[in-house]
Ligand binder design. Structure first.
Ligand SMILES: C/C(=C\Cc1cc(O)c2ccccc2c1O)CCC[C@H](C)CCC[C@H](C)CCCC(C)C
Ligand code: SAM
Length: 230
């Protein structure tokens, strides 16, 4: 069964206390590299006004904040109050960041407001991917780029087998031991129905992005969709 938006919100509120620690453990620290690659693809520059959509505990938001310098601004948007609370407490360049409790499907920003944007592990979790992409397109300035990091279903059969095995035998048991079985068991079905790279490119074009490229990373277990509003 596909969870409702409020069930998704509850999943992330419940995992908030362990979210960062689990990401480090489960990815053996690799998610930090994938997030730095995402920042590079966003082409963030000093002085930019940036959006980190579905910011969660704020990894990408804090990385963007390092790049925009003193004159830039970064907005981190999420609908999980508990993850936003974690984000607010983290060390880093908080002075250029505004944390916003909001819905990725109905963004509280004017048209053409942002110079660049990121989404980390958010697109797969929203209820309406075309609408999320269309909102992203609306709030970006002409010429702006966005980089969207998420799980991906590898085309290589060995990598695909490994991904299934890892989710079933490492991720879910660790979560279960910490009373979070349902929350982490949700990752596999959400990945199973998530469009693959080629389909993501088509969705981005339909949302109005003139250019869109999907880059598989980590043997195709993850991917970054880079979109450009021309
Ligand atoms: C970054 C990670 C998870 C983010 C994440 C995303 C979600 O949508 C969730 C939904 C519900 C609960 C939690 C999450 C959530 O934490 C961690 C990802 C780890 C991966 C499962 C795979 C890591 C595999 C390897 C150890 C790296 C292999 C690299 C290689 C080159 C093959
Ligand atoms: C897996 S977490 C990713 C957090 C962070 N971006 C990262 O890379 O670690 C997915 C996030 O998407 C948020 N999310 C899902 N649907 C949303 C929506 N409609 N509006 C705002 N946030 C949403 C969740 O609350 C959660 O914080």
């Amino acid at each position: 069964m596909v969870p409702s938006a409020s069930e998704i919100q509850q999943i992330f509120n419940r995992i908030a206390p362990v979210y960062d620690q689990f990401n480090d453990w489960l990815s053996l620290g690799q998610h930090r590299i994938w997030k730095r690659m995402t920042i590079a693809w966003s082409e963030v520059s000093p002085g930019d006004i940036c959006l980190d959509l579905c910011c969660g505990s704020g990894d990408l938001t804090l990385l963007l904040a390092e790049e925009v310098g003193k004159t830039g601004q970064v907005f981190g948007v999420d609908f999980s109050v508990e993850l936003l609370n974690q984000a607010r407490q983290r060390p880093g360049k908080q002075e250029v960041i505004t944390w916003v409790e909001g819905d990725a499907l109905d963004l509280p920003f004017p048209d053409e407001y942002f110079d660049c944007a990121t989404i980390g592990y958010g697109l797969r979790n929203v209820k309406d991917i075309p609408r999320c992409l269309s909102e992203l397109h609306r709030v970006l300035k002409p010429g702006a780029k966005a980089a969207i990091l998420d799980f991906h279903r590898p085309s290589n059969a060995i990598a695909r087998e490994f991904q299934h095995w890892y989710l079933d035998h490492i991720v879910v048991p660790l979560a279960k031991a910490n009373g979070l079985y349902n929350e982490y068991a949700y990752i596999f079905p959400s990945l199973d129905r998530f469009p693959i790279g080629k389909e993501q490119v088509e969705l981005a074009r339909a949302a109005g992005f003139a250019a869109a490229t999907h880059y598989p990373i980590a043997q195709g277990i993850m991917g970054v969709l880079v979109v450009n509003k021309v």
